[in-house]
Design a protein around this ligand. Structure first.
Ligand SMILES: [Zn+2]
Length: 245
């Protein structure tokens, strides 16, 4: 090593340290083979998730984040693989994007253009966020969820509170009713991630009104910008030890 290189070495280290890019792992829930909930227009959840994530990615890159997707739309991967990607990168954040449904007894089967579809028989609307106390960073996860939902509420969007219903498959404890934050310890992508992780349900796709809301590109953009604001102020608000018990 010549002397010139030695002189440059600390400078390079300093630059790398100063400008280390924060990483967010974005996870579009489900796969083409296991496509999730069926919506009022006969479109499966995975397509809504893929579209939302594809639109969100450049908006997070615009605030300086390195954005890693767990899967591309054509890819089938396991839940454990998604968590592993975030852990191996030691990402700053993991965000899983989903679209919600409700229980079968509140759904009727229909068709749209000869394709199967389903719709709700009464309103089931709104967003919800999930965190797990088995996650490696429960405080930061909850704090990120709170940041997210605080940004979403001013859009005029209400939290979906029906997952508290005391029956099998629901019965999720609400950590914060105002913000629609649930605790769901055994969700694999949340419990297997060491890094702060939140699962966000954007809307309820068998509900015709909510499906129309999430299908509107301006609404989606507003929701995505709310997420961007939450990610942008996450570092300032959420880095300290905490338990969500
Ligand atoms: Zn889902």
């Amino acid at each position: 090593m010549n002397i010139k290189r030695l002189l440059y070495f600390p400078a390079v280290l300093f630059i790398n340290f100063t400008f280390a890019q924060p990483i967010i792992v974005l996870d579009a829930g489900h796969t083409p083979e296991a496509a999730g909930a069926l919506g009022a227009k006969g479109i499966y959840e995975v397509e809504y998730n893929d579209r939302f994530v594809a639109e969100l990615k450049p908006q997070l890159e615009a605030i300086g984040y390195k954005v890693i997707l767990t899967r591309n739309p054509e890819q089938n991967i396991s839940l454990q693989q998604r968590a592993r990607i975030a852990n191996q990168l030691n990402a700053d954040l993991f965000l899983s994007i989903h679209h919600d449904s409700t229980r079968e007894k509140y759904l009727v089967q229909t068709t749209v253009d000869n394709l199967p579809a389903q719709r709700t028989i009464e309103p089931f609307r709104g967003f919800s966020a999930y965190v797990s106390n088995k996650n490696g960073s429960p405080f930061s996860s909850y704090c990120f969820a709170e940041n997210l939902t605080k940004q979403i509420l001013p859009l005029g969007r209400a939290p979906a509170l029906y997952h508290t219903d005391p029956i099998k498959g629901e019965n999720r404890p609400l950590l914060n009713k105002e913000y629609g934050i649930y605790r769901y310890d055994n969700l694999v992508v949340l419990r297997s991630t060491q890094v702060p992780a939140v699962l966000l349900e954007i809307g309820v796709i068998p509900d015709e009104e909510d499906e129309a809301w999430v299908s509107n590109s301006q609404n989606r953009h507003n929701m995505q910008q709310a997420i961007v604001r939450a990610v942008a102020n996450y570092q300032d608000n959420c880095i300290k030890p905490y338990s969500i018990d």
